[in-house]
Design a protein around this ligand. Sequence first.
Ligand SMILES: NC(=O)c1ccc[n+]([C@@H]2O[C@H](COP(=O)([O-])OP(=O)(O)OC[C@H]3O[C@@H](n4cnc5c(N)ncnc54)[C@H](O)[C@@H]3O)[C@@H](O)[C@H]2O)c1
Ligand SMILES: O=C(O)C[C@H](O)C(=O)O
Length: 342
Amino acid sequence: MTKVTVCGAAGGIGQPLSMLLKLNAQVSQLALYDIVNAAGVAADLSHINTPAQVVGYLPKSKDDKDTIKEALKGSDLVVIPAGVPRKPGMTRADLFNINALIVRDLVANAAQACPQAAILIISNPVNATVAIAAAVLKKLGVFNPRKLFGVTTLDSVRAETFLGGLIGEDPASLKGKISVVGGHSGDTIVPLIHFDKTIAAKVKALPEQAYKDFVHRVQFGGDEVVKAKNGAGSATLSMAYAGYRFSEYVLNSLANKEIPFSIPESSYVHLLGIGASSLSQKLGGPEFFSVPVILRNGQVQSSLDPFSLVQTEQEKQMIETAVKGLLTSISQGTSFVEGLKL
Ligand SMILES: NC(=O)c1ccc[n+]([C@@H]2O[C@H](COP(=O)([O-])OP(=O)(O)OC[C@H]3O[C@@H](n4cnc5c(N)ncnc54)[C@H](O)[C@@H]3O)[C@@H](O)[C@H]2O)c1
Ligand SMILES: O=C(O)C[C@H](O)C(=O)O
């Protein structure tokens, strides 16, 4: 019996992500929470002929705190794509003021209703909202760092797609062969691809500019979608796929399924709390960093040191640059919660 709750389930990401979760036969209860249209999405998905019982949860008033708790009660996995997306001209950091409060409230409710759940944060700016979630859970005395994940999978999905196109490989075959570490915004996103000898040889054969353009495209792929949607939001369908891919990884680990890849999925996690404090020190102190994580029973069992995947001076320098940006976002997230009454 596995219960999954999606917070923000009626949104651009929430709807297709909820559908993918409904298709997973391991899910027995799917709770869909949103401040709009949750009942409609739930009724629609409930007609799909898979085992999950789907229930929609819509707050009865602005101050209703019971409905969200009901949606979260007993959940094993909570996925949070609630919040506002970017419009052209905005950075992810510009979303902080609105999304910080949304994430704070949802995570505070999860802390009370399902303190044992794995929590996946999709809402941007991920580099800061995960720090908010951690600070809230700490304040409420239920922080298990091994169960808090910033979802950075879309960066891996993009890296696989863009590199596959460039070197003439099926992008799906690159899953687990390249890694994206750091954070989820511009130059905090660091694709590491040279550790696989076959890929490294193919990349070496490309003009240098092609590799530079690839890195830039992975780091700023989100902007491409924001621009193309022209005011109608940011990536939703590719994000739903990516969010599901990471959710499935957590669900598989809950069912003790083997990881079929040599390099597992990366996630933005609390380094000190997952037993990687020496990595944090080596990086120059960031509390959070996206690294490949090995999951067991819905939580981080261990992680890979990204330096073990670094093969070029350029990749090393990208990591250093990422750390600078992350330190600022992490402290913004943490100080937002300090002094707040929860
Ligand atoms: N991590 C990533 O890689 C990644 C990728 C794409 C988008 N995002 C982020 O995901 C978020 C959602 O994007 P979207 O395109 O789905 O936006 P959207 O506006 O289409 O959907 C957001 C949904 O959240 C709901 N919501 C707002 N406040 C809520 C609350 N307090 N409780 C529950 N639900 C609430 C809204 O009603 C809406 O249905 C944005 O912050 C976006 O930047 C992250
Ligand atoms: O770009 C955005 O704002 C959404 C998301 O973070 C993305 O990478 O597509």
